[in-house]
Design a binder for this molecule. Structure first.
Ligand SMILES: NC(=O)c1ccc[n+]([C@@H]2O[C@H](COP(=O)([O-])OP(=O)(O)OC[C@H]3O[C@@H](n4cnc5c(N)ncnc54)[C@H](OP(=O)(O)O)[C@@H]3O)[C@@H](O)[C@H]2O)c1
Length: 197
């Protein structure tokens, strides 16, 4: 399975570092093109390459690492999603205030799913801060990350990837259930930093 990371800021970069450290191939992109990511690409070669946003969006598993308020704009004009897997890691907040975005009673992953016709959306990586992404095994345990989605096979593949990245991945169920427990800001799980011993 190819992996594409859309967004190369604090979160996308740490995600890419985790994959590179485990020898998992991936591509990463930002709004300014691969040349602007030359230093990161050099650091993470050969496993992670910097590519265009379009190319990263064609991967089998695409991970959204773009700020919520810029997401709709970033996703415009990309190739059709088919039934590819898209990991929604976007928190519905304004940056840097972290003020919640008005969702009119909907879950953020429902709003994101509407931006991705056909894609199999899995909500994941919401409940971890970029700074600790590369510490998946604190104190000899494994950091617990939650994921949820409506497609069982897509969830299995994302859960497997999270495990390969060193985390203890827990399936919360459907997007509706996962969103009601693990959406940030507002829901109870993010920020607790569960560790499995
Ligand atoms: N930071 C965390 O601890 C954390 C943890 C969990 C989840 N998340 C989620 O991950 C997402 C990214 O957070 P972040 O902290 O990494 O933000 P960030 O540092 O601001 O990075 C955002 C990235 O999105 C790219 N981008 C913005 N507009 C774009 C466009 N129109 N087309 C293509 N790329 C565009 C930016 O590219 P340029 O650099 O070229 O502008 C940048 O690489 C957010 O949704 C956040 O909620 C973050």
């Amino acid at each position: 399975m190819s992996i594409g990371i859309l967004g190369a800021g604090a979160f996308g970069t740490e995600l890419a570092r985790n994959l590179s450290a485990r020898g998992i191939p991936a591509v990463i992109a930002n709004s300014r093109g691969p040349a602007s990511l030359a230093a990161l690409a050099e650091e993470l070669a050969p496993h992670v390459r910097a590519v265009s946003f379009d190319e990263a969006a064609r991967a089998d598993i695409v991970i959204l690492a773009v700020t919520w308020v810029k997401l709709a704009n970033a996703l415009q004009g990309l190739p059709h999603w088919g039934s590819r897997i898209v990991v929604d890691a976007a928190n519905p907040d304004e940056v840097p205030s972290l003020k919640p975005v008005e969702l009119n009673g909907r879950l953020s992953s429902e709003v994101v799913s509407d931006m991705l016709p056909g894609a199999r959306v899995v909500k994941a990586f919401i409940d971890i801060e970029a700074e600790i992404f590369n510490e998946p095994a604190p104190a000899g345990g494994r950091r617990v990350l939650f994921y949820s989605g409506n497609d069982a096979e897509a969830k299995r593949q994302v859960g497997d990837l999270m495990a390969q990245m060193g985390f203890y991945a827990v399936d919360l169920g459907s997007l509706a259930v996962g969103g009601s427990l693990a959406q940030f800001p507002g829901e109870p799980f993010p920020g607790i930093n569960f560790v499995k011993f």
